[in-house]
Design a protein around this ligand. Structure first.
Ligand code: IPD
Ligand code: CA
Length: 304
């Protein structure tokens, strides 16, 4: 990693993300062709494909020796190797995009040695740009939509709180998760059981979390945990392109990522099961252990 200019790579990713953002904003989702992949909840649009084509053209030209994995051109069997690899989701939050709900982003990550090294997550609707370089901190830049001059923006270091509070038990946590598109079998059974147990009262054996949120985008969920606006994000079923960039942001904001199934403190980037916990002076391990107890023995079985 030492010989890579990560700052220059991040600058390139930011410029590509802003260009892609303009493309996303100019698309009227009700006018564009929408299709489905695995099932009716796994949506893809012409814009997803066009944005990925733009991103891949720009990045392959700028960094021809790097590998590239993008959601819309992924083929089963493609692996994240140790080589510098751009891992890209052209639109994360496609369901929100097609419904006109302004929680969608472009998610551009660079993994080196299979570890997220640079992350750029851009929500063009809200002009929110999350960025991180390994070892150099994570930042949120609010731009033109917030009354600031385009391209400059107001930069905040993440997490947003100057002194993040210690983490308490799950009954003090705001938790994010997603329904995903797997709606039967063991994975659906685990998700629905965990959702129920997270919310249920202590008297009935539940964890009584403050509530559960679903932003509809793994990358935006991770960035909200990095910002400290969510305490925990638990996910099964998403892919490396959903998490790579947000994971870089999370790490640099002091957050941790472990496996969504109990027992694995160092999940692989393509493990498809994740549990993210926000930065805090204490309590991260305890929250993970309490959450893993809620998951229990019925483990998620998404295949990498
Ligand atoms: C989806 C979102 C969602 C997650 C799904 C992903 P997409 O990505 O990140 O939050 O739960 O697993 O597939 O389809 O909007 O790119
Ligand atoms: Ca996507």
């Amino acid at each position: 990693m030492a010989d890579l200019n990560l700052q220059e790579i991040q600058d390139t990713l930011i410029s590509v993300a802003r260009e892609a953002g303009r493309m996303i904003l100019s698309a009227n989702p009700t006018d564009i062709a929408t299709g489905t992949k695995l099932n009716s909840a796994d949506i893809v649009t012409e814009t997803d494909k066009a944005v990925e084509a733009l991103v891949s053209t720009r990045l392959t030209k700028a960094y021809p020796s790097f590998s590239f994995i993008g959601e819309e051109t992924y083929k089963p069997g493609m692996q994240v190797t140790a080589a510098p690899t751009f891992i890209v989701d052209p639109i994360d939050g496609t369901t929100n995009f097609v419904h006109g709900l302004p929680e969608a982003c472009i998610s551009l990550g660079l993994a080196v040695d299979r570890v997220p090294a640079v992350g750029v997550v851009y929500n063009p609707y809200q002009d929110k740009l999350y960025t991180a370089i390994r070892g150099r901190g994570a930042f949120l830049t609010l731009g033109a939509a917030w009354g600031l001059e385009a391209g400059k923006g107001r930069v905040s270091k993440l997490p947003l709180a100057r002194n993040p509070a210690p983490l308490g038990a799950l009954d003090t946590c705001l938790v994010a998760s997603e329904w995903g598109n797997s709606r039967d079998g063991v994975n659906y059974e685990v998700k629905t059981r965990v959702f129920k147990k997270l919310c249920a009262s202590k008297e009935t054996g539940g964890a009584m979390v403050h509530s559960i949120r679903s932003l509809g985008s793994a990358a935006l969920n991770l960035c909200a945990v990095a910002a400290g606006q969510l305490d925990v994000y638990w996910e099964g079923g998403c892919w490396a392109w959903d998490v790579c960039a947000g994971w870089a942001v999370l790490n640099e904001a002091g957050g941790i990522m472990v496996n969504g199934n109990p027992g694995d403190w160092e999940p692989k980037i393509d493990s498809r099961k994740y549990l993210a916990v926000r930065g805090a002076p204490s309590g991260q391990r305890e929250v993970v252990e309490e959450f893993w107890k809620v998951v229990g023995d019925g483990r998620m079985e998404y295949e990498s």
